[in-house]
Ligand binder design. Structure first.
Ligand code: RTP
Ligand code: MG
Length: 156
């Protein structure tokens, strides 16, 4: 299919430890379904130091990295593969800005405004690009119909 076609796309969504602990799972899933995403896969798991560090490897040089790893390993997470047209960008829009405190002011209807607290404890994750989505989905799940990968003109 060429770019601009209504091909479905997959993204990785995660409810972080504060989201699970705060019992936001059902409310978040209601939003997911209301916005037309299909939940293709889901798993509840506990990240350890090593897996959390590998998942957020891009942030390893950052000052906030140790704190991020402590947060992400503080309890179980719920990881989901979501699918719909334009899933990656739409899920990022739906979760809102990284800083949940700011989200409450600027994006009050976003998921992070609903269940997050601040710049770190923002209750959900979303893949930020097609490359990240592929990497993150295969980080947690095996063979999520990789044959359905969309090739656009730009990649040819
Ligand atoms: P995510 O990857 O979890 O979906 O979040 P994001 O793209 O909105 O933000 P990103 O820059 O990738 O940061 C990853 C996570 O690190 C924590 N963080 N802490 N203290 C800080 O300055 C800071 N900045 C980011 C957040 O939990 C953020 O979601
Ligand atoms: Mg990110």
């Amino acid at each position: 299919p060429i770019s601009g076609s209504k091909e479905k796309e997959k993204t990785l969504a995660m409810i972080k430890p504060d989201g699970l602990l705060g019992n936001y799972t059902e409310r978040i899933k209601d939003v997911i379904v209301d916005y037309g995403f299909s939940i293709l896969r889901e798993i509840t798991t506990q990240l350890d130091q090593d897996s959390a560090s590998r998942f957020y490897a891009e942030h390893s040089p950052k000052r906030f990295f140790p704190s991020l790893i402590k947060y992400m390993t503080s309890g179980p997470v719920l990881v989901m593969v979501l699918e719909k047209e334009n899933a990656i960008a739409d899920w990022r829009t739906l979760i809102g800005p990284t800083d949940a405190y700011k989200a409450k002011i600027t994006n009050p209807n976003s998921i992070r405004a609903m269940c997050g607290q601040d710049l770190e404890k923002n209750c959900v994750h979303g893949s930020d690009s097609r490359l990240s989505a592929q990497r993150e989905i295969s980080f947690f799940f095996e063979d999520v119909s990789s044959g359905e990968r969309i090739i656009t003109h730009d990649e040819l």
